[in-house]
Design a binder for this molecule. Structure first.
Ligand code: HEM
Length: 406
């Protein structure tokens, strides 16, 4: 028997007050009715919204669903009318299908393996310690976002790619502008163009003077400068904002769940599991789109060729059929296999790097500041809007008891 067809009439624009870690109530309710709902986009396109875990995973693994940018014409909250969307520029492989996608992903895979990333652990520890030293010296009291969550992944990805961290003023704010979900179209275009200019100069500088890093390694391939720029953009934009938001929102979630925080402090061996649970629970990369390339039968429904499907990773990661008691943060959970890094050919290339960063930085923070706490009431913590591609806190005021002699 096919599931009855439900319609969700508009994408929710906010989370339930007091529940900053849960997906919007409307999405949780939609999943409770059915893992798939009809979703009429504001421009009139009849699309779909998928909120169930099994169905989301199946679509992510199915080559009949495309990630091609030129097919992504419909926006879930804005009516752009009948616009032409150009294909993804060379190198920007997140929004490509095979075989174009593999041309860029393949040369990178070996540079982001578990082994390679483990070798980086010591450097991540040093970078983390330096930032904790600076935070401690300047405190007590800090904005955890600017003192800790943002700079640590930014330094790491810059070093790995060979992007001078001193140049961050030329790309970091611009990339934040793409991802924070609050900029107008003109501001977005200006930020994109400025980042492109910076990356063009960077690739030219590497050609002239290669160094020991991922970008320089790629110079030996047949990739053009334009392609390298596109790849650098994807790696930079995917590489720091996601992990930064996991660090800050993850700390906020732990501070709001003191018994879980105490369990992690008491048993440092819990950290790998704890990081997986925080990834599932927070799902900062909330949702992605796919477009059906042909008619596809799923859960008793026909997804029509050309239909845009919104995959709500955050709601799929709260599916009670996959994760018992899904809205509880349980660091000892052993269910595994969350979709926070997606699945299929676009599954996060940097997931091992993100894991190393989270497994190092979160325990180091808790260890350095045993009395870490919010410096403002939890309701006053400023959150990113639902329109942001990547969810998180804008700032996280924290404080602690100064115990060390300066
Ligand atoms: C792709 C999440 C950190 C690089 C993705 C996707 C997700 C994701 C959900 C797949 C999108 C889709 O299916 O369309 C995250 C989260 C992170 C994180 C939650 C942190 C906790 C990183 C880091 C890097 C990175 C540190 C650094 C290199 C990439 C790249 C892709 C990607 C290059 C595109 C892969 C492809 O299209 O083949 N990420 N990511 N990510 N991520 Fe991450």
């Amino acid at each position: 028997m096919p599931e009855p067809l439900h319609t969700i009439t508009a994408m929710p624009t906010a989370r339930r007050p007091g529940c900053p870690f849960d997906p919007p109530e409307e999405l949780i309710e939609a999943r409770a009715r059915s893992p798939i709902s009809r979703f009429p986009f504001p421009d009139g396109h009849q699309g779909w919204l998928v909120t169930g875990y099994d169905l989301t995973r199946a679509i992510l693994a199915d080559p009949r669903f495309s990630s091609r940018k030129e097919l992504m014409k419909h926006h879930p909250t804005v009516d752009y009318g009948d616009i032409e969307v150009p294909p993804a520029p060379p190198g920007e492989f997140l929004l490509m299908d095979e075989p174009r996608h593999s041309r860029y992903r393949k040369p990178l895979v070996g540079k982001f393996t578990v082994r390679r990333m483990r070798l980086l652990t010591e450097r991540v520890e040093q970078i983390t310690a330096e930032h904790l030293d600076a935070m401690e010296q300047a405190g007590p009291a800090a904005d955890l976002v600017t003192a800790f969550a943002k700079p640590i992944p930014a330094v790491v990805i810059c070093e790995l790619l060979g992007v001078p961290y001193e140049d961050r003023d030329r790309f970091q704010d611009n990339i934040d502008t793409f991802l924070a979900g609050e900029a107008g179209d003109e501001e977005l275009i200006a930020a994109y163009l400025a980042t492109q200019r910076y990356l063009a100069e960077l690739v030219a500088a590497k050609r002239a003077n290669p160094t020991d890093d991922v970008l320089s390694d790629l110079l030996d391939s047949d990739l053009t400068d334009e392609e390298l720029q596109g790849m650098a953009l994807i790696l930079l934009s995917a590489g720091f904002d996601t992990t930064a938001n996991m660090l800050a929102l993850g700390t906020f979630a732990l501070l709001r769940n003191p018994e879980q925080l105490a369990a992690l402090r008491a048993d440092p061996g819990l950290v790998d599991q704890a990081v997986e649970e925080l990834l599932r629970y927070l799902s900062v990369a909330k949702q992605f789109h796919r477009v059906a390339l042909e008619d596809v039968e799923l859960a008793g429904h026909t997804i029509e060729a050309g239909a845009t499907v919104i995959l709500s990773l955050s709601t799929a990661n709260r599916d009670p059929e996959r994760f018992p008691d899904p809205h509880t943060l349980d660091l000892r959970r052993q269910d595994g296999a969350h979709l926070a890094f997606s699945h299929g050919i676009h599954q996060c290339l940097g997931q091992q790097l993100a894991r190393v960063e989270l497994r190092v930085a979160l325990p180091a923070l808790l260890d350095r500041f045993p009395t870490l706490r919010l410096a403002v009431p939890a309701e006053e913590v400023a959150l990113r809007p639902e329109s942001a591609d990547i969810y998180g806190v804008k700032s996280l005021p924290v404080t602690w008891d100064a115990t060390r002699v300066p």
